[in-house]
Design a binder for this molecule. Structure first.
Ligand SMILES: C[S@@+](CC[C@H](N)C(=O)[O-])C[C@H]1O[C@@H](n2cnc3c(N)ncnc32)[C@H](O)[C@@H]1O
Length: 318
């Protein structure tokens, strides 16, 4: 079976057994020690982060890195059955791996895509326009946004809607619950009164792990703000003790369960508890949360790889 086919089978092994094996391995002990911050790691500038991602995306511009996430509809069936003209924001769109299957399978969904890297936005746009997606111009709109340090642009969410939507629970209504459901051109602002209004869905797929831990709760709060009451957030990201975490060297640690690659991009590894704390802390309701454990075998190297991802589905209260 190819890795594409196995990716959504989530229980190839027991996470608790993996945890015990890893935590009892003395060669891996440095991963679990409390983190003491060294001064050269203390700067977490947001412009540096987007620079690193810009460089990452220019290096991988050939598209070899592109891997369409076909499992999305299996993991998040709400995407497959959503209403016409539902609005979705993909946060940190990368090279479009998450968006392409969505635009391809759902002809009536309106898709917004943000990233802090303009290179990423260019890649995604190229990928979408080069594919056989139906009328991308009227259904797809990319824009630059660092969701860990700033509010969304006002054409997307104006100040007054932002204030209403960012309140935790007790929101009785949204001005946009019944807004016009038919767009003629997603890129034209003429017909809008103040902004697009809230999203029905947010996808956060391998993006939050790239945000420095000290900015994650702000970032999740922004995701909460852009959703309509009742809207769903789909989360998938690196899980604690994923094989890629254990490959990091001691000097690549920049925080507890937080690492920096040689190219300057970061990666955090989520436990179910840290994920729950982040999303519930922002006001979300937990709908699903679990580890997705996939064993794959590299036949050439005769090695078994234990992949761990976190799968989460969270809802903004009505
Ligand atoms: C690994 S890619 C994930 C791409 C895509 N979601 C997917 O499913 O393949 C992570 C992306 O998040 C973007 N990113 C990292 N930090 C961000 C931030 N603070 N705000 C917006 N985008 C960010 C990076 O530029 C990169 O394109």
């Amino acid at each position: 079976m190819s890795s594409h086919e196995t990716e959504y089978h989530s229980n190839d092994f027991d996470w608790e057994e993996l945890r015990q094996r890893i935590e009892n391995d003395p060669t891996l002990a440095y991963h679990f020690q409390p983190f003491t911050r060294h001064h050269h790691h203390s700067v977490t500038s947001s412009s540096l982060d987007s620079q690193s991602w810009n460089q990452f995306h220019s290096r991988h511009s050939t598209g070899k890195f592109f891997k369409e996430r076909r499992y999305l509809f299996k993991e998040f069936p709400e995407l497959a059955s959503c209403e016409e003209s539902s609005k979705l924001l993909e946060v940190g769109c990368g090279n479009g791996s998450t968006l392409l299957p969505i635009l391809r399978c759902k002809e009536n969904i309106l898709v917004y895509a943000c990233d802090c890297s303009t290179e990423a936005l260019d890649r995604t746009t190229e990928v979408i326009y080069a594919s056989n997606v139906v009328s991308p111009k009227s259904r797809f709109r990319p824009f630059c946004w660092d969701f860990s340090t700033s509010r969304p642009p006002t054409w997307f969410l104006c100040d007054s809607c932002y204030e209403t939507l960012s309140q935790k629970p007790n929101i009785l209504h949204s001005e946009h619950d019944n807004d016009e459901r038919h767009f003629t051109d997603i890129n034209s602002s003429k017909e809008r009164e103040c902004c697009i209004g809230g999203m029905d869905f947010v996808t956060l797929v391998f993006t939050l792990s790239a945000v420095p831990l000290d900015r994650m709760s702000t970032a999740v709060a922004e995701c909460f703000s852009v959703l309509k009451p009742g809207g769903l957030l789909f989360f998938r990201d690196y899980g604690l003790y994923d094989m890629t975490m254990l490959r990091f060297e001691a000097d690549q640690r920049v925080g507890f369960r937080e690492y920096k690659r040689a190219d300057g991009t970061r990666s955090y590894f989520f436990s179910l508890d840290s994920t729950r704390d982040l999303f519930l802390g922002a006001g979300f309701i937990q709908v699903e949360l679990e580890y997705c454990c996939v064993k794959s075998v590299n036949r050439r190297k005769q090695k078994t790889m234990h992949r761990v991802w976190v799968h989460g589905k969270f809802q903004k209260p009505m």
